[in-house]
Design a protein around this ligand. Structure first.
Ligand code: ATP
Ligand code: LTN
Length: 329
């Protein structure tokens, strides 16, 4: 079985990315001993919205190191940088020629992000799902762990794979999404109707894995809740609190019922103080690992191995695609 996923090196990953995506990569790594796992830094994806050169360079390295810091084992996982494996961009172009503008325009992420960009929406932002489909289909991927916001892109990937197979004969494996309901959508700490996003202009809404520990704790203490005052999981009337209970549950492995029971008779202040401590401890652990990875020279070796491994598989698949279509001599 092959498992694959990627994250864009835009800003530093948030607690939402960590709980919704990265923690599940680690869980799958530990659950499926024999699985072949590919994880990458989606740098080509991040330039769909133009980026400052030195920021991008820094974020690529940070994300690569954070993948290891959160618990991905380089002996089990092949970690690589997307742009270092050229078949991704090549297959993406071929997929562009086998998909429709209408399908791309219907993607919610495109609608949202293009609205924000206004006049300067790049062509790459529109064709983004073709690149994502290429990432997945190059490797005969079985399972793709992602947060809920990527579900639509995965459905499109499945449609593209099936369409291609019908047209040119069996070429691609049709992948399955892996979305864990409880962690699939961590909400903003300031506006529980919006997902926690690393590109939110208000940094109080998100916690990054490299935030200063005290600042991170304060963000939890000041998270928007309500005036009901009882620790109860109610997604409708106590949305902000429900989000915090989810985060609590994901970080401690306590069930929602256990958490509710623990705080009977107590208020938001005590609950938030405990959660701030829990989040602080988790960040401290990750940040310690992160520092030691950067201090060693391990990271380059890990990324070299990942690139060679990915390149071999990707080139083989791309050659097969060329043949099926009739490209080249
Ligand atoms: P941006 O919000 O800046 O567009 P992002 O935070 O969504 O970026 P991505 O690189 O697009 O980051 O996503 C990386 C992974 O994290 C994806 O699997 C995505 O589904 C997941 N993810 C992102 N935000 C959340 C969230 N708030 N809750 C759970 N999972 C999330
Ligand atoms: N589009 C994804 C990141 C991503 C990805 C992928 C995830 C790019 N390629 C392939 C899984 C598989 C996002 O989270 N924005």
């Amino acid at each position: 079985m092959r498992i694959l996923s990627g994250i864009q090196p835009t800003n530093v990953v948030t607690l939402g990315n960590y709980l919704g995506a990265m923690k599940n990569f680690v869980k799958l790594q530990n659950e499926f001993e024999d699985a072949d796992i590919l994880v990458f830094v989606a740098d080509l994806h991040s330039i769909t919205i133009p980026k400052d050169r030195s920021e991008l360079k820094k974020n690529i390295k940070t994300l690569a190191a954070l993948y290891i810091a959160v618990g991905l084992d380089p002996k089990k996982v092949h970690l690589f940088i997307q742009s270092e494996v050229p078949p991704h961009a090549e297959l993406s172009y071929i997929i562009e020629c086998n998909s429709y503008i209408g399908e791309m325009e219907r993607m919610i992420q495109f609608k949202e992000k293009s609205q924000k960009e206004g006049e300067t929406v790049t062509t790459g932002l529109l064709t983004y799902p073709c690149l994502m489909a290429a990432d997945i289909l190059l490797y005969d991927t079985d399972l793709v762990p992602v947060g809920a916001d990527q579900k639509q892109h995965l459905e499109l990937t499945r449609n593209i794979a099936e369409r291609f197979n019908n047209k040119y004969g069996d070429t691609f494996k049709v992948p399955e999404p892996y979305i864990v309901k409880k962690s699939a959508r961590i909400m903003s700490l300031q506006d529980p109707d919006k997902k926690m996003s690393k590109s939110d202009p208000n940094p109080k809404g998100y916690i990054t894995l490299l935030d200063n520990i005290n600042e991170a704790k304060n963000k939890i203490r000041r998270a928007v809740t309500d005036s009901i005052g009882i620790i109860k999981y109610d997604e409708e009337n106590q949305k902000g609190l429900a989000n915090l209970i989810n985060i609590y549950s994901l970080l401690t492995n306590l069930s929602i019922e256990e958490i509710e029971k623990k705080y009977i008779g107590l208020g938001y202040k005590e609950f938030k103080e405990d959660l701030a401590e829990i989040v602080g401890q988790e960040l401290e652990k990750i940040q310690d690992n992160y520092s030691s990875i950067l201090a060693s020279n391990e990271l380059d070796e890990i990324l070299d191995e990942g690139r060679e491994y990915a390149l071999k598989l990707a080139e083989r698949k791309l050659a097969k695609v060329h043949k099926k279509i009739g490209l080249g001599r």
